[in-house]
Write a protein that binds this ligand. Sequence first.
Ligand code: NAD
Length: 384
Amino acid sequence: MKLFVPKELDASEARVAMVPEVAKKLVDLGAELEVEAGLGLSILCSDEEYSKVGAVIVTDRVAAMKSADIVLRLSAPTEDEIELLKEGCISASYLDPFRQPQLLAKFAECKVSAICMEMIPRTTLAQKMDALSSQANLAGYVAVIMASERLPKMLPMMMTPAGTISPAKVFIIGAGVAGLQAIATAKRLGARVEAFDTRPVVEEQVQSLGARFVKVDLGETGQTKDGYAKQLTDEQLALQRDAMAKVCASSDIVITTAQIFGRKAPVIVTKEMLKGMKPGSVVVDMAADTGGNVEGTVLGKEVDINGVKVVGIANLPGQVPVNASQMYASNLGSLIIHFWDKEEKVFKLNMEDEIIQGCLIAHDGEITNDALKELVEKENGGKA
Ligand code: NAD
């Protein structure tokens, strides 16, 4: 079975979908692995390192696409590149399917099976394939490092003959995977950390990292069966903002990570709340890519709002591409290994398996996820 890993199309993306360590595991399975020449340059891996573990370096991207049984990549392919793939080919990557329904229609039209890495189910068995979590972990770390670089203060307490310096105060809004890593990183740097999340189960996790959980009574909140937050009502959001305003005002750094799966992120920090913050404070909006938790965030930019730096830089894991690539490649590798038939030496799309049922969103000419099928039908005026 032939697997191909092309270079990323976006020149600003430093992460790559395959690292030599994972390439070796796939070659050891008996897969014929091709990687595009120069794939690892942004993570300082030479072609030789891939070929040393048995991967074949190819320069003809189009020919490799046309003959591949599986294409492994980080970002979604373009419609033109989907057209190159043969019928029955499997394409695994991030797909951002709720915002790119046209790609799903193209996968179905070309009879390519699409595995969406964002939709790997969040079960214990699938944890090692969960790219959202692996990348969110790194993003949480990067957000704190970025904020600390921009803050005109240091984070730890220091007692010196010249006086005592109090620790910086860091407030994390949303304590999921990214938020918990942000808490742990800020604690390690010596900051005083507070956090809030609408899912009550998070309180204990926040406290176990040595941070204070900010309690706000929002009434019924809870989480979905997959562990995601439920959307708040407008009244609940208003209550939340009131409670957050005070904590933000006394914080040096605010990091927002609040997301609702498949929907626009809730606006939690308003311009009014930014006005109440100390000049020089830093806000990192980790939800910038899905609409932003902070009013005034500009995706991909840092803006100054009344003396507060609001950072909306996208692709935070891309700031640590070596680790991000290791982790993403390992997620992809685990997926391949899990469904690899050792005797036949092929990847088997087991349609009865709940991991495949979760992440396979197009197959054999059909969009196989009901919510996405509906979305594509809506876009196409009733036709999937
Ligand atoms: P996410 O990126 O969708 O959201 C980030 C956080 O924002 C979540 O903790 C959410 O509760 C919070 N949030 C949403 N609206 C908010 C609001 N108005 N105010 C404050 N916070 C708000 O979620 P995620 O971090 O990817 O994952 C969430 C949870 O899913 C994890 O903490 C975990 O419990 C579960 N999970 C399980 C597995 C697994 O079992 N394999 C893997 C990953 C995640």
